[in-house]
Design a protein around this ligand. Structure first.
Ligand code: GLA
Length: 720
């Protein structure tokens, strides 16, 4: 049934003289021009058009859709190939095109062929019918007589007409991921790239927005988003040449990654997902959120996420049967639904009491847990809690039985002594090696065999590719490592998903080090950051929400003073900040006093009530913490605009601090909404229980009493 639904008609068109290909989503159009014997051109991307002539009549852009190096020699190219005979030039012209309908999309494939070589490229576009996102990627085929070398193999290209265009991108570090940077696109080259090798989202992320109408605004202006669905090294470049056009090329970073294709082999580049909106950056964010939730770009994106307690900041590596059970009692009494045991539970010859050993030795440390993990799984079940566990399956330590047995499984050239990471001993396993892939699959599979009711796995990755080289890859193919690592990881995750489609898996990499759409189709959620300080989280979460939906954002209330910053923040503020994502806790509940416990219990219940609005609603960011006013606000609203939840925060305190009036967004202007405060502490604000129209709330806004530093309010809006 499902299969027949997916295999809808394939329409293959015959070659023709010239043809317009309209790649449409509900509200956007990408216009391509295909002409016999000529390169494929792109002439428009923007609001949906009803007739092609209006684009051409108004004079459009005219750029090659997938520029290759060597014939025409553009300033910036997407493809650079060394052919079998050593020729470095490529000249791609249109050969044929086809359309294929899928359940939620149409795929347009335009086949280009080199004018003289048996070398072909399918330039593909997937236009969704349930969101305004168009993915592009290429399938590169070597039909030449001998191997060829791909020297650059980007996923796609997009031109923008010059104007007052600005780029917004995400830059960060451990504990301060996804900080938003905005800058005008000036003459020259803008580039964001990452060479970490394994966790390519700590410093830079493969996601940008280009605002075409001046300084980026949240809810106004034309904006194009570009998101690369790749977990490895990437490069996104915008070349601004002359006075006419900005050219964007994005894909796998070709640095140290020349890729050989043997005769008959193909290489499929990762998807590059574009979104266009004339509702500002918020419009583009909402499109990506929808795309992710509805099309499995985040695994099981439409499923509501459970409230959990994770043991890390509560006990760190000091896990014990008794300690875990106490935390289970704590989270249960607060109304939580899931308990996760973090690092520290494993190791036989080497005991994981310090973070310098035992990765790879995935057996219970019976000195800490004499009754084994199954007893903990049962202990959780007996309390009505789901059970989860931490692993770091791609890693090992020099102090581990795994490394002693398989020293050739690590990423490192055989001739070199490896440079180590965390604990002075950590190493990364070589995912290009099929034996390592089997081992990593086995880590999950064995857990599921020993404790079949495991509901959740936290999959961590705390080291990068530090030692370039592979024992497994041949001398000729060492340059495949950066790419084959991630293809191997993806293959392993696909295998895990085929067997365990419902297992909830968190993507963690020293916090948000792997927050990218290359991996999220295999993970329900990601750990936003190891930094749980509520003030810094406002910035990190704001930046992360630019591209990722709240259902995927793991946000935990932790202890005060905070373990990363030492800051003291009231529990209410900590909850109000964590509640804009998938709520959880990262502390010993027994450390809360009676009053706090009472507040936490109510907050957890409140979150359950509003969970569908937060996790499946549409996000409108309103006051940015980056604007340095000391305030931040955002809201979530259901598709039918009948219910919304609004969050306002104040995280600075000065005498005579400017106090904004709070505006709402995304409401039905003609509807009337009743306002109720949630997580309330203290007296009622003047709007409590009042009924106000959508127009008034959006245009005039309301005053909100936020007194002192770390004041916050959560307001529920219900259409009446
Ligand atoms: C990483 C993760 C943390 C925690 C530790 C355990 O730093 O980001 O959340 O799991 O590893 O060692």
């Amino acid at each position: 049934m499902r299969l027949s639904f997916l295999l809808l008609a394939t329409v293959a068109a015959m070659p023709m003289l010239a043809k317009d290909i309209l790649v449409n989503t509900p509200n956007t159009t990408l216009l391509l021009k295909a002409e016999e014997g000529k390169p494929l051109h792109v002439s428009y991307y923007g609001e949906r058009i009803s007739s092609v002539s209006q684009v051409y009549d108004a004079f459009s852009l005219w750029e090659e859709a997938y520029p290759a190096f060597g014939a025409g020699c553009q300033e910036i190219t997407a493809l650079d190939v060394k052919h079998a005979d050593g020729n470095m030039s490529t000249e791609l012209v249109y050969r044929s095109d086809a359309q294929q309908a899928e359940a939620n999309a149409t795929v347009y494939t335009v086949t280009l062929k080199d004018k003289i070589y048996d070398f072909e490229v399918d330039v593909c576009y997937r236009a969704y019918n349930n969101c305004d996102v168009i993915e592009t990627w290429t399938v590169i085929r070597n039909n030449e007589k001998k191997p060829i070398v791909l020297q650059k193999y980007a996923s796609g290209f997009m031109p923008f007409r010059q104007g007052d265009a600005w780029v917004t991108h995400q830059h960060g570090s451990w504990g301060a991921e996804s900080q938003i940077t905005e800058e005008p696109l000036k003459a020259g080259v803008f580039e964001v790239h990452d060479m970490n090798g394994a966790k390519n989202a700590v410093i830079n992320r493969p996601n940008i927005m280009v605002s075409l109408d001046g300084k980026p605004r949240e809810n106004e202006g034309r904006v194009v988003g570009a998101v690369l669905c790749w977990s490895g090294n990437f490069r996104m470049t915008i070349d601004t040449e002359g006075k006419r056009v900005h050219r964007l090329v994005a894909g796998i970073n070709e640095a140290h990654s020349q890729y050989e294709l043997k005769k008959g082999e193909t290489f499929t580049t990762p998807e590059l997902a574009f979104a266009y909106s004339n509702e500002g950056m918020g419009g583009v964010s909402r499109s990506y959120h929808r795309w992710a939730r509805l099309n499995n770009k985040v695994h099981n994106g439409q499923q509501l996420r459970k409230i959990l307690l994770n043991s890390w900041e509560g006990v760190y590596l000091n896990v014990s049967q008794d300690g875990m059970e106490k935390m289970m009692d704590g989270v249960k009494s607060l109304g939580g639904e899931l308990f996760v045991m973090d690092d520290g539970w494993f190791g036989d010859k080497y005991q994981r009491s310090v973070d310098d050993c035992a990765l790879g030795d995935w057996v219970t440390d019976t000195r800490k847990l004499p009754k084994g993990v199954p007893a903990l799984e049962k202990a959780a079940a007996s309390r009505g809690l789901k059970w989860g566990i931490w692993i770091e399956p791609e890693m090992t330590n020099t102090k581990s039985e795994l490394y002693e047995k398989h020293p050739d499984w690590i990423v490192c050239h055989p001739a070199r002594t490896p440079i180590t990471g965390r604990g002075g001993t950590q190493l990364i396993l070589d995912m290009s090696n099929p034996k390592v892939q089997d081992f990593v699959f086995g880590v999950v599979d064995n857990i599921m065999k020993e404790t079949p009711n495991t509901y959740y796995i936290k999959w961590d990755a705390n080291f990068e590719i530090h030692n370039f080289g592979s024992h497994y890859l041949s001398a000729d193919n060492q340059s495949h490592l950066y790419v084959d690592y991630h293809l191997g990881l993806k293959k392993t995750l696909e295998r895990i998903r085929a067997k365990y489609p419902d297992l909830v898996i968190q993507c963690c990499a020293s916090g948000g080090g792997r927050v990218n759409y290359g991996l999220m189709p295999y993970f329900e959620e990601f750990w936003v950051s190891d930094n749980t300080d509520a003030q810094q989280r406002l910035f990190i979460q704001w930046g992360t929400s630019m591209f990722f939906p709240s259902c995927a954002m793991a946000q935990h209330v932790s202890a005060s003073p905070n373990h990363q910053t030492g800051r003291v923040i009231p529990l209410k503020f900590r909850f109000d900040v964590a509640m804009t994502g998938r709520l959880g806790m990262e502390m010993k509940p027994s450390d809360l006093n009676e009053k706090e416990t009472e507040f936490a219990r109510k907050a957890v219940q409140t979150y359950k009530d509003i969970r569908p609005i937060i996790q499946q609603g549409n996000l409108y960011r309103i006051l940015s913490p980056y604007d340095k006013t000391g305030f931040c606000s955002e809201m979530f609203i259901t598709d039918d605009k009948s219910e919304a939840v609004f969050f306002a925060y104040k995280f600075e305190q000065y005498v005579d601090l400017f106090r904004p009036r709070f505006h709402f967004a995304g409401l039905d202007p003609n509807a009337t909404y009743e306002l109720t405060e949630l997580n309330r502490q203290g007296g009622a604000d003047h709007w409590e229980g009042k009924r106000i129209t959508g127009t008034f709330l959006m245009k005039q806004g309301i005053e909100i009493a936020l007194n002192g530093q770390f004041a916050s309010k959560v307001i529920k809006l219900k259409k009446i």
